[in-house]
Design a protein around this ligand. Structure first.
Ligand SMILES: [Zn+2]
Ligand SMILES: [Zn+2]
Length: 392
C-alpha cells in the first residue's frame, strides 16, 4: 500500500489467457442480439451434445464450453461484466472459484427450448445468502512513460455514481414512500421451480417485483428518479505502481456502483500508456531506432537524447558500426515489476539516406565511390560473404 491506495492488481492470469473468448466460442461478434446468441447456442449444443458424439472425446469439453459461453452471454448482467472485463473479471469467475462445472441438458430440451430455466437460474440467487453487490466500474486513464517512470501520483476527475443527497440513497421521496414488497414479503428472494435436465428443482431467485430489494417505492425521489444514486464528478487519486504497464489495473474497493440495500461494487482504474515519440516498450525494456549517416557509422559518434527519467541519455556509437546492429544502454529502462532494478534501452542503428541531395553533394559522393563504394565486379563476392556472415 502506498498513500492509502491499493497496489496494482494484475488480473491477467495465464490460465485465463488461454480461455477462448465467449463470442468466438459461439461464432458471433460482440454486437450479437439475444436471439442470435440463443440460436448459436442451440445449434452448437446440438452439434456437440454427448449423446450424439459418443466416439468423440472432445465433445464433452466443447459442449461444456458452449454452455459456459451461453450462460454468461444470455444473462444481461453477466454479459455486461464480460464485455467490460473479459475473462479476468475482478470478482473471479462468475461461477465461483471452481469455474463453470457444466450442466446436463437433454437433447430434447435443446429442441423445445426447455434449457432456458437452467441458465436463467444460474446466477439468479442460487446461493442462500448472496449479498447484493453493485456493478464494478472500469475507468481508463492514460499516462505517459515519463509519469510511469516517476511513479507519479495522479489526480483526475471521473463521472461516477454517488449516493443521492436528497433521499440518502433510498430512492424514495419521503421515508414513508418505502414499502415492504408484497410479493416476497420483504425477503427479496422467491422460490421458483426450475427444470435441470430431467429433474425439477427448487431454486431461489431475486424477487421479480422488487428486483431483490425486498421493498418497493411509492413515490420516487425526483433528484435521482428513484435510483438512489446520481452521476457526479469525483476526484480520484492514485499512485502509479512501479513498472506499471499498459493495461495495469488498480482496484479501489467499494468505490464502484452503489446499490440500494447492498454492497458497493469496486472501481478499477486501468492505465493506458500514451505512445512515446520514439520508444516502444517490452516489459521493463525500452526499444528505439537511431538513424545515423554513413560517416557517423564509419567514424563513430556520440548522441544525447532527453530520456524518460528526466536526464539526458548518452549513446556512444563505436567506429565501424553497421546498420541493424544494436547498442544496449544498461539500466536506463523502466522499473521491473515485482523485482529490483530497471530494464535496459536497446538502440537499433539505422542508416539515414537523404531523400534529396544537392549537385555538389553528388559530386562529393561520386568522388568517394572509389574509396567507399562497392565495385561492381566484386558484388557477387560481397553477396556471398554477407550470406556467410548471416548464417554463421
Ligand atoms: Zn419483492
Ligand atoms: Zn434520490
Amino acid at each position: 500500500m502506498k498513500n492509502g491506495w491499493p497496489d496494482a492488481d494484475t488480473l491477467g492470469g495465464v490460465d485465463l489467457a488461454e480461455k477462448r473468448d465467449y463470442y468466438e466460442v459461439l461464432g458471433l461478434d460482440k454486437s450479437a442480439s439475444d436471439d442470435e446468441i440463443k440460436k448459436a447456442f442451440r445449434s452448437l449444443a446440438r452439434k456437440h451434445h454427448p449423446d450424439k458424439n459418443q466416439d468423440n472425446p472432445d465433445a464433452e469439453r466443447l459442449f461444456k464450453e458452449v454452455q459456459e459461453a451461453y450462460a454468461v452471454l444470455s444473462n444481461p448482467e453477466q454479459r455486461r461484466q464480460y464485455d467490460m472485463f473479459g475473462h479476468d473479471s475482478p470478482g473471479g469467475s462468475p461461477f465461483g472459484p471452481g469455474g463453470f462445472q457444466g450442466v446436463n441438458i437433454n437433447l430434447d430440451d435443446l429442441f423445445s427450448g426447455g434449457f432456458d430455466s437452467i441458465f436463467s437460474s444460474m446466477f439468479g440467487g442460487g446461493g442462500q445468502s448472496r449479498s447484493r453487490r453493485g456493478h464494478d466500474v472500469l475507468v481508463k486513464h492514460s499516462v505517459t512513460l515519463e509519469q510511469i517512470f516517476r511513479e507519479e501520483e495522479i489526480e483526475f476527475e471521473a463521472d461516477l455514481a454517488t449516493e443521492c443527497d436528497a433521499c440518502g440513497g433510498s430512492g424514495a421521496k419521503t421515508p414513508e414512500d418505502v414499502q415492504v414488497c408484497h410479493t416476497c414479503e420483504g425477503q427479496g428472494q422467491v422460490r421458483q421451480q426450475a427444470r435441470i435436465g430431467p429433474f425439477v428443482q427448487q431454486v431461489i431467485n431475486d424477487c421479480p417485483s422488487c428486483g431483490g430489494q425486498g421493498r418497493t417505492i411509492k413515490n420516487r425521489c425526483r433528484n435521482c428518479k428513484g435510483e438512489g444514486f446520481v452521476e457526479e464528478k469525483q476526484k480520484l487519486r492514485f499512485t502509479i505502481p512501479p513498472g506499471a504497464e499498459d493495461g495495469t489495473r488498480m482496484r479501489m474497493r467499494g468505490k464502484g456502483e452503489p446499490i440500494r440495500g447492498g454492497v458497493n461494487g469496486d472501481l478499477y482504474i486501468q492505465l493506458e500508456t500514451e505512445p512515446h515519440p520514439w520508444f516502444e516498450r517490452d516489459g521493463p525494456d525500452l526499444i528505439m531506432a537511431l538513424p545515423l549517416g554513413y560517416p557517423e557509422m564509419v567514424l563513430g559518434t556520440e548522441v544525447e537524447l532527453p530520456h524518460v527519467d528526466g536526464k539526458m541519455m548518452r549513446i556512444v556509437v563505436p567506429p565501424g558500426s553497421k546498420p541493424s546492429e544494436t547498442i544496449i544502454v544498461k539500466g536506463r529502462g523502466m522499473a521491473r515489476r515485482r523485482a529490483r532494478g530497471y530494464g535496459d534501452v536497446t538502440i537499433l542503428l539505422k542508416l539515414h539516406v537523404p531523400d534529396k541531395i544537392s549537385k555538389s553533394m553528388r559530386g562529393v559522393l561520386d568522388s568517394l565511390r572509389e574509396d567507399f563504394g562497392l565495385p561492381i565486379d566484386s558484388i557477387e563476392d560481397a553477396v556471398r560473404n554477407e550470406a556467410k556472415d548471416r548464417r554463421s
